[in-house]
Design a protein around this ligand. Structure first.
Ligand SMILES: Cc1cc2nc3c(=O)[nH]c(=O)nc-3n(C[C@H](O)[C@H](O)[C@H](O)COP(=O)(O)OP(=O)(O)OC[C@H]3O[C@@H](n4cnc5c(N)ncnc54)[C@H](O)[C@@H]3O)c2cc1C
Ligand code: SF4
Length: 648
């Protein structure tokens, strides 16, 4: 294979790496998984992607599409060639202000797109906590959502057209199409034709459509990432009397790079939200009270309805940057709701705020409320956004593990679901973390586990299985926004039933008969408890250091605090300083994450007596300016200056 890769390097329109350093940097994303890929490619052109597809087909390997690599479920981890389009596919191609549409390449960062759109009075709604570094290609791949979905919907609602390269190397554009157009496409003598024909053959029977309705999550749950979204295709003109036209982008959105490679995305935009804003923060003594107030609050045309519990708030206390952001917290709440209101005038927003405060007062569930505006409000929302990353700040081997962290149920089901969930977690001797998008029926629930132990890994599987069953009981979505990846793919059949799951497998087979695109995700799942970042039942090596790393329980555990959230991939246009070397080079190896990943690899895998004696470690630390920005800006406080000083 090395010979074949060496040859590929001579003609590929793009960069290709198959050295240990690059393979290590791309072996992980923001999930608990790690697989060393065959190679890493950064194509410069669409032809480069076609060349990679042909190479994969001829050499029985696979391609793992990737942008910022902030996926939490293992979507970007695989054994084939990781194809990173974050470097060269970064163009905003066209803006159509009349129809409020923009066409971009997949490597455009969400917040940077919105900065570009702002002077035109437009914006792209879905707003993940990672919005300052995650890219539109990845948002489409995962059907991302975030704080704004209660007003603006999810990425799937916004994708108008996708230009893709299919597994046979052909370029195909998917967009809305009439039933006549659909019928004509089905007759094409090409892979595109086969795709349309397959969809028609599978969904034209009423029985098949009823089976989907019976087994898929309740339609009123607007955050749904359970397998391929065939449920979003069935009530269209092609299959029913509905006037809604079919658009296969809905199927591709959330398909996690398993069906086709996207090269251009056309998005529907919204006018900028009203300018005048307040944030009401209500405080609760119990999780139950907090959840019961969600329904009360959601009567009030909120733009965000987010929750934080005491575990997340506790993490902020220990963080150098975020400790000072807690100024609005009164006493010691068990949970907070952050409720955002917007209006076109100061007067209007004040009046809406008064009405909301009145309703919260009447419900008698909260013990205090704070109203924030302007920069104070921004700070509170930033603290909320930092939440998931802050969980990585837990010192030691017990971590808040992403596996059941984004289940979604209807608002009506939420309090009972969470009560069942809490009882279930108690039966596993677990205190869970409750936080995030309460208004959308989705909380980021995480068990605290030590995945370095066999017992921890067993709990990982048991808890994930039990919560999958519980979600099914409520006809919820096992993933509301983060996607299935490796961690949830195994449970897909349980979630949607065998008949529907077989249908998904046939769709995958039609799009990608040789399984080139991102194997092991959604269908043909890899086991969720293998290929973990940390080896199980292997003692954490004691690494002697000259400097004192006691606060993190040693230098290795400092590196292990990096959970891959990729905050260090934000660009110079974002607030803060981290990470100046990446700002210039845009190379993963020059991020704080890349440095932590390489250090972890060297300290756990190197056979050398002096593990620091590593050319690769030198290479990743070389451009670090020792500016110390990451020590405070990284939510996990991964302090690369200290690491570099020890290395030197
Ligand atoms: C701390 C933290 C907070 C988060 N908060 C949120 C949140 O609030 N809401 C939310 O929805 N998500 C959240 N996420 C998850 C993640 O950030 C989002 O899914 C994000 O949109 C992924 O973007 P990315 O650029 O990192 O994509 P990647 O992780 O690189 O890729 C995502 C998927 O898209 C596929 N893909 C990428 N490019 C292409 C392409 N060109 N063609 C085909 N497939 C492609 C990949 O194969 C992969 O399956 C969070 C993650 C972290 C670590
Ligand atoms: S100390 Fe190094 S790794 Fe950390 S932000 Fe500065 S340059 Fe980046």
């Amino acid at each position: 294979m090395k010979k074949a890769l060496t040859h590929l390097k001579t003609y590929l329109e793009g960069d290709l790496f198959f050295d240990h350093l690059h393979k290590t940097l791309y072996a992980t994303d923001a999930s608990v998984y790690r697989k060393i890929p065959l190679a890493v490619a950064l194509p410069k052109t669409e032809k480069g992607i076609v060349q990679l597809i042909q190479f994969a087909a001829n050499n029985q390997t696979s391609l793992i599409p990737r942008t910022a690599g902030t996926s939490l479920a293992g979507q970007c981890v695989g054994e084939g060639i990781v194809v990173d389009v974050s470097r060269y596919f970064t163009e905003i191609i066209a803006l159509d202000t009349k129809n409020k549409r923009v066409t971009v390449q997949p490597g455009v960062i969400r917040d940077e797109l919105n900065s570009y759109l702002k002077p035109h009075g437009l914006f792209f709604g879905p707003n993940t906590s990672t919005s300052n570094r995650c890219m539109i290609g990845g948002m489409v791949g995962n059907n991302s959502s975030g704080t704004t979905s209660i007003q603006y919907g999810v990425t799937r609602d916004k994708v108008v057209a996708l230009k893709t390269i299919l597994s046979d190397g052909q370029t195909v554009v998917f967009s809305e199409i009439s039933s006549e157009g659909f019928a004509a496409k089905s007759k094409l003598d090409s892979l595109e034709g086969e795709v349309y024909k397959r969809i028609y053959d599978e969904l034209s029977s009423e029985e098949a459509r009823l089976e989907i309705k019976r087994e898929f999550p309740k339609p009123e749950i607007h955050r749904r990432n359970t397998g391929y979204a065939i449920d979003a295709l069935i009530d269209t003109e092609v299959f029913t009397n509905s006037e809604e036209k079919i658009n296969l982008c809905k199927l591709l959105c959330g398909s996690e790079g398993t069906l086709a490679f996207t090269t251009e995305i056309t998005l529907q935009l919204d006018p900028l939200p009203p300018e005048h804003t307040t944030l009401v923060i209500s405080h609760y003594k119990t999780i139950d009270n907090c959840l019961n107030d969600v329904t009360v609050a959601m009567e009030h045309n909120l733009y965000a309805c987010e929750m934080m519990d005491d575990v997340i708030l506790g993490c902020t206390k220990k963080n150098k940057k975020y400790d000072s952001y807690r100024f609005f917290v009164k006493d010691n709440p068990k949970a907070l709701l952050l409720l955002e209101l917007k209006a076109n005038s100061e007067e209007e927003v004040r009046s809406q705020t008064d009405v909301l405060l009145g309703a919260l007062n009447d419900s008698r569930l909260s013990y205090a409320t704070t109203v924030l505006t302007g920069p104070e409000m921004e700070i509170a929302m930033e603290l909320r956004k930092a939440g998931l990353g802050l969980l990585g700040n837990m010192v030691g081997d017990r971590k808040a593990v992403a596996c059941i962290e984004d289940t979604a149920v209807t608002l009506a089901d939420l309090p009972q679901y969470i009560s069942d969930f809490t009882a279930l977690m108690k039966s596993y001797d677990q205190d869970a973390v409750y936080y995030a998008h309460a208004g959308a029926g989705e909380l980021h629930l995480r068990p605290i586990l030590n995945l370095k132990t066999k017992e921890g890994v067993e709990y990982f599987r048991k808890i994930t299985t039990a919560v999958a069953q519980l979600t099914k009981k409520y006809k919820g979505s096992f993933s509301g926004e983060h996607g299935d990846g490796i961690v949830r793919a195994e449970f897909m059949e349980m979630q949607i039933g065998s008949k529907n799951f077989d249908l998904l497998k046939r769709i995958k087979k039609t799009f990608d008969p040789a399984n080139i695109f991102n194997p092991g995700k959604i269908t043909n799942a890899w086991p969720m408890d293998e290929s973990l970042r940390n080896e199980t039942e292997v003692a954490t090596p004691l690494v002697e250091t000259l400097m004192d790393f006691k606060d993190s329980q040693g230098i290795l555990r400092l590196a292990e605090k990096c959970n891959g959230s990729g905050d260090c991939r934000k660009t110079a246009n974002s607030a803060g300083v981290m990470c100046p070397s990446y700002h210039i080079t845009k190379n993963e190896k020059d991020t704080t994450r890349g440095r932590a990943n390489m250090l972890r690899e060297v300290l756990t895998k190197s056979e050398s007596v002096n593990k620091f004696n590593s050319v690769e470690l030198k290479e990743v630390l070389d451009l670090c300016l020792s500016c110390k920005a990451c020590a405070s800006e990284c939510p996990s406080n991964v302090d690369v200056t200290a690491i570099k000083t020890e290395f030197l």
